[in-house]
Design a binder for this molecule. Structure first.
Ligand code: ACO
Length: 372
C-alpha cells in the first residue's frame, strides 16, 4: 500500500513589517483594539518586486531542500491562492518554471483560506492512487494588493506570505491519514472581491467604487468560523480512527485568536496544543497553515511521529481538516544528494526575478505605487 508522507516544508514572508501603530496612522484604529479583538500585532507586506509567485517559489525551494528532492523529480505543483498573479495563466505555471519543475503538471486551486487543506488532500489522494510520486503544494498570498487601506474593518487583518509542503509516496505507513472538505456557497457574499471576474469585469466605475477590494461581513464570518473548526477536526479524527487524546498538535488557520480559542473549547483541548503565530503574521489566508507548521517544527513543537490536525475555514464559504502523522524527511538511504542542483535553482530564481524587474523598467508595467 502507498502512503503520502509530508517530507518537506518551507515558508517565505516579505521583509517589510507593518505594525498596528503604523496602521493606526492610516485609519481610525489602535493597537489595543486590534490586539484584543484579533490577537494580531504586526504583519508582513510584500515589496514591489515581490508577488504571490515569488514568495511561493522561495517557500517551494526551501521545502524541496528539506525533502532533499530535485524540482525536476516533481510530478505535480498545486498552488492555492486568493491573490494569484493573474486570472490566467495559473500562478502554479510561473512557479513551476521559476523552480525548474520541468516534469510537473501545474495548476491553481481556489478555496480561500481552506485552500491549503484542500490542495494537500488532493496531493495525498493522487499519491495514494499510485499515479504519481512527488507533489509540491504551496499556499501563497499577497492580499495586501487587494486590501482597501482606508477600510479599518479589513485592512488590520491580512498579511502576505507563502508556505509549502512536499508530499512523497512511500510504503511505510504514516503521512496523511484522513481529510474532510466542506463548502457552503450560500455564504459566498460574506467574504468577496466583487469585481474583476467575468460577472463584473473591470471598468472605470468598478475601480472608482472600490469593487476590486476585499469586502467582508466580519461578524458573519466569525460566527461561521467558530461553528465549523471543532466540528471539522472531530470529523477528520473520526475518519482516521483517532480521538483528541491521540492528538499532539492542532495547527489551525490563523485568522483570529478568539476563533482558535473557541475551537479549543469546542474540542475540550488546552490552548497549548494549538499553534498560534498570527500575532506576527496576521491572516495570511491559505499560507497561514504551512507557515505555522514550519514554525512549529523549527521550534521543536512538531516532531516525527506526532499526530497533528490541520484545520481551516475561509471564503466560499469553505472549511476542512486534515489529520496526519508527521513524517519528517524520508530516511537517508532514500534521499538523493543534489546540493549543487539546489544552489543552481536558487540562482535561477534570483535571475528570473531580476529579469522581471528589468522588463518592468523597460516596458513600464512593473509594480504599483501603494500608499503604505
Ligand atoms: N479599530 C477600531 N474599531 C473598529 C475596527 C478597528 N480596526 N474595526 C471595526 N471597528 C468598530 C466597528 O465599527 C464597530 O463599531 P460600532 O459598534 O460603533 O459600529 C465595533 O468596532 C465592533 O465591530 P465588530 O465588527 O462588531 O467587531 P468584532 O468584535 O466582530 O471584530 C473582526 C471584528 C475582528 C473583523 C471579527 O469579526 C473577525 O475576526 N471576523 C472574522 C474575520 C475573518 O476571519 N476573516 C477572514 C476569513 S478567512 C479568508 O477566507 C480570507
Amino acid at each position: 500500500m502507498t502512503y503520502a508522507h509530508i517530507t518537506g516544508w518551507g515558508m517565505a514572508v516579505p521583509e517589510k513589517v507593518l505594525t498596528n501603530d503604523e496602521i493606526s496612522k492610516m485609519v481610525d484604529t489602535n493597537d489595543e483594539w486590534i490586539r484584543s479583538r484579533t490577537g494580531i500585532a504586526e504583519r508582513h507586506i510584500a515589496a514591489e518586486d515581490e508577488s504571490s509567485a515569488t514568495l511561493a517559489a522561495d517557500a517551494a525551494l526551501r521545502a524541496l531542500e528539506v525533502a532533499n528532492l530535485k524540482a525536476s523529480d516533481l510530478d505535480l505543483v498545486i498552488v492555492s491562492s486568493s491573490s494569484p498573479e493573474h486570472i490566467f495563466p495559473a500562478t502554479a505555471s510561473i512557479v513551476q518554471d521559476t523552480i525548474g519543475a520541468t516534469n510537473a503538471g501545474a495548476f491553481d486551486l481556489s478555496a480561500a483560506c481552506t485552500g491549503f487543506i484542500f490542495a494537500t488532500n488532493m496531493a495525498a489522494q493522487a499519491i495514494r492512487s499510485g499515479s504519481i510520486k512527488n507533489v509540491l503544494v504551496i499556499g501563497t498570498e499577497t492580499l495586501s494588493r487587494f486590501v482597501d487601506w482606508t477600510d479599518r474593518n479589513t485592512c488590520i487583518l491580512f498579511g502576505d506570505g507563502a508556505g509549502a509542503f512536499v508530499l512523497q509516496a512511500d510504503e511505510e505507513p504514516g503521512g496523511v491519514l484522513s481529510a474532510v472538505m466542506h463548502s457552503d456557497g450560500s455564504g459566498a457574499d460574506l467574504l468577496t472581491i466583487p469585481a474583476g471576474g467575468s460577472k463584473q469585469p473591470a471598468t472605470a466605475k468598478t475601480v472608482n467604487d472600490g469593487l476590486h477590494f476585499i469586502k467582508m461581513e466580519g461578524k458573519g464570518v466569525f460566527r461561521f468560523a467558530t461553528r465549523v473548526m471543532a466540528r471539522a477536526t472531530k470529523e477528520t479524527l473520526e475518519e482516521a480512527g483517532l480521538t483528541t487524546d491521540d492528538l499532539d498538535l492542532v495547527i489551525p488557520h490563523q485568522a483570529n485568536t478568539r476563533i482558535i480559542e473557541a475551537a479549543a473549547r469546542g474540542l475540550k483541548m488546552p490552548m497549548d496544543k494549538f499553534v498560534v503565530n498570527l500575532d506576527r503574521y496576521g491572516n495570511t489566508s491559505t499560507a497561514s497553515i504551512p507557515i505555522a507548521t514550519v514554525e512549529a517544527f523549527e521550534s521543536g513543537r512538531l516532531k516525527a511521529g506526532d499526530k497533528v490536525v490541520f484545520v481551516g475555514f475561509g471564503g466560499g464559504l469553505t472549511w476542512g481538516a486534515l489529520a496526519a502523522e508527521w513524517s519528517g524527511p524520508l530516511s537517508a538511504e532514500k534521499k538523493v544528494h543534489h546540493g549543487r542542483y539546489l544552489f543552481l535553482a536558487r540562482i535561477r530564481s534570483v535571475l528570473l526575478r531580476a529579469l522581471r524587474v528589468v522588463e518592468g523598467l523597460l516596458w513600464g508595467d512593473y509594480g504599483r505605487k501603494r500608499k503604505l
